[in-house]
Write a protein of this length. Structure first.
Length: 398
């Protein structure tokens, strides 16, 4: 069957990790894949997760299927996280949430659901965006279009160009938006800008689909949800894909959620019926463990406090690495101004390093960076920061 078929190209990010694993250089550094690393260079299991797992292990009595939409407590707690416990959206019951296999699964399920009822719509993605967004929605059958987002000269959001692009989106099309910690640029809209974007979406009649993979990695759990709150305030239909890989460290549990927000509770019931029908023919029921862990942590007061403290530690460590990288390059006499890196949010930075420099760092120093210069700041530690700064300074000062 496969004799005359060419091999598929490696994933641009995960393929980089495969190359990193096979690199024999003892000083190698992986700044590519979007996985949080602690100061030891490992991806830790959070203490609150370990505590929750002990409770679940002692109380678990069955391995039977979860409902198609997942554990009901999980759905309720995810909504509190997204909207706030006292949100009008929750009180009026106009949102429905399904447990999905990771943020990627949530995006794909949402894509399949939208394709069913918006078969001629286009999906608009930011320029740039996470590479897998393109594959997810083209595989769901959508034609893609792009809207302006990042200004490489100012290293910030080009808000005027963004609004000008979104003004052209036809009614009924879908606009994919990064709710916070934009991947790959690390630059975000502020709350006032989100208010303008949400109002524009309502006026134009396009459907917002918020990818919310990094809640808590920007400024905090509450602060990071202003995009969701602004769209909720408009009363329009919109979608939110959540991931708990990063903020709970549950990468291999594939724990995410798709939330569909409607103008009324009656419409939300209809949305859930079709959401469940979509899930049924893809994976039927979600995996239980990660969702049960998240539900327990979010619903238990002490575990919730512990999670917020651990999340703060992760967020602050990334910010410290941003500052250390910038300071390290200044110390080494690099003429380029990299101070913008400290104002970016989340794990990623559009570093400004060209593809030729990225290739040189990989070939000569075994430092792995995604094409386009996206750096995962969480891959930096006190033990490798000098090596990375030395390498970047060497190539820039040459």
């Amino acid at each position: 069957m496969w004799q005359k078929i060419e091999a598929a190209p490696a994933d641009s990010i995960l393929g980089l990790t495969d190359a990193f694993r096979n690199d024999p250089n003892p000083q190698k550094v992986n700044l590519g894949v979007g996985v949080y690393k602690d100061e030891k260079g490992t991806t830790p299991i959070l203490e609150c997760v370990k505590a929750a797992e002990k409770i679940l292990l002692s109380e678990e009595v069955t391995k039977s299927y979860l409902p198609i939409s997942g554990d009901p407590l999980y759905g309720r707690e995810v909504q509190k996280l997204l909207f706030g416990a006292d949100s009008e959206v929750i009180k009026t019951g106009r949102a429905v949430t399904a447990h999905a296999p990771g943020g990627t699964g949530a995006l794909r399920v949402g894509g399949e659901l939208l394709k069913k009822f918006k078969p001629t719509a286009k999906v608009w993605i930011s320029n740039p965006t996470w590479a897998n967004h393109k594959g997810i929605f083209t595989t769901a059958g959508f034609e893609l279009a792009t809207y302006d987002y990042y200004n490489p000269t100012t290293k910030s959001v080009d808000f005027e160009a963004l609004i000008a692009s979104l003004e052209t989106v036809p009614s009924g099309d879908i606009v994919l938006l990064h709710a916070c910690c934009h991947n790959p640029s690390g630059v975000d809209l502020n709350c006032e800008q989100w208010k303008i974007v949400a109002a524009l979406g309502k006026e134009k009649g396009w459907i917002a689909f918020l990818d919310f993979a990094y809640q808590g990695f920007g400024d905090g759990v509450n602060e990071d949800r202003c995009a969701v709150e602004e769209f909720a305030a408009t009363g329009v239909d919109f979608f939110v894909a959540s991931s708990f890989s990063k903020n709970f460290g549950l990468y291999n549990e594939r724990c995410g959620a798709l939330t569909v927000v409607s103008p009324s509770a009656k419409e939300a019931v209809v949305a859930m019926s079709h959401l469940k029908a979509t899930i049924r023919v893809i994976y039927s029921n979600p995996p239980a463990h990660g969702g049960l862990v998240v539900a327990l942590i979010l619903s238990d007061e002490e575990l919730h406090k512990q999670w917020l403290a651990e999340l703060t530690t992760m967020r602050e460590r990334i910010k410290a690495m941003r500052e250390a990288l910038v300071a390290g390059l200044v110390k080494r006499g690099v003429k380029e101004d990299f101070s913008y890196i400290t104002s970016q949010r989340g794990m990623f930075s559009f570093s400004g390093l060209s593809d030729s420099i990225v290739k040189w760092l990989r070939d000569n120093k075994a430092i792995y960076v995604v094409g386009g210069g996206r750096i995962n700041l969480a891959g930096l530690t006190s033990s490798n920061i000098d090596y990375v700064c030395d390498a970047i300074a060497e190539v820039l000062n040459a």
